[in-house]
Design a protein around this ligand. Structure first.
Ligand SMILES: [Zn+2]
Length: 186
């Protein structure tokens, strides 16, 4: 078949399609950090390095389990904020702006009452992820209950819930690279 031949052809000089976007998840981080990641990838040791850093995978697979997990963190740090309506894994998330999670807030008018719904959507690739990285996403989306923008008070809320927040956010982005590389090896 034509496509199979092309793969083995010495004239196949096009990079695999995923390579162009491989580092898009860490766009915006300082150049020297991006370079470090790139050289680790170039050396072929990235996945091995990541596996060593994060060897666990959480067991929060169902939406019920995810809801309980989010609720527990919310009760611990943000008990007084608006209630959580829904928490789901969403396969469409990553396609939107490279986002890893999404918080939606809807106001609905019921008679003379305004009801709000706070929903948390987590990119479904995080169904099979290290627990710390799932927690970071949940913390991020919970912080949006109080603060819609990614501003200073938003991030201080994140680090209040998870002191290692900034490192974990970076690592969650590295996890995107990890998944892309794993996918490329299949
Ligand atoms: Zn956000």
């Amino acid at each position: 078949m034509a496509s199979a031949n092309r793969l083995n052809s010495p004239f196949n000089y096009f990079p695999p399609p995923f390579m162009n976007d491989l580092f898009s998840s860490i766009q915006g981080y300082p150049e020297h950090i991006v370079e470090q990641v790139k050289s680790l990838v170039d050396s072929g040791r990235f996945c091995q390095w990541f596996d060593k850093r994060y060897s666990d995978r959480h067991q929060i697979k169902s939406e019920r389990a995810l809801f309980d997990y989010v609720q527990k963190i919310k009760n611990q740090y943000m008990k007084k904020s608006a209630p959580l309506s829904k928490a789901i894994y969403d396969p469409k998330i990553q396609l939107i702006n490279n986002a890893l999670g999404l918080h939606t807030y809807r106001s609905m008018v019921h008679g003379n009452k305004v009801k709000s719904r706070n929903e948390i959507r987590i990119a479904s690739v995080f169904k099979d992820a290290p627990e710390a990285l799932l927690r970071m996403l949940v913390v991020h989306e919970l912080a949006h209950f109080k603060e819609k923008e990614h501003n200073k008070s938003f991030y201080s809320l994140c680090t209040y819930m998870e002191p290692d927040y900034h490192q974990l956010e970076f690592d969650a982005r590295l996890f995107m690279i990890y998944l892309t590389l794993q996918e490329g090896e299949k």
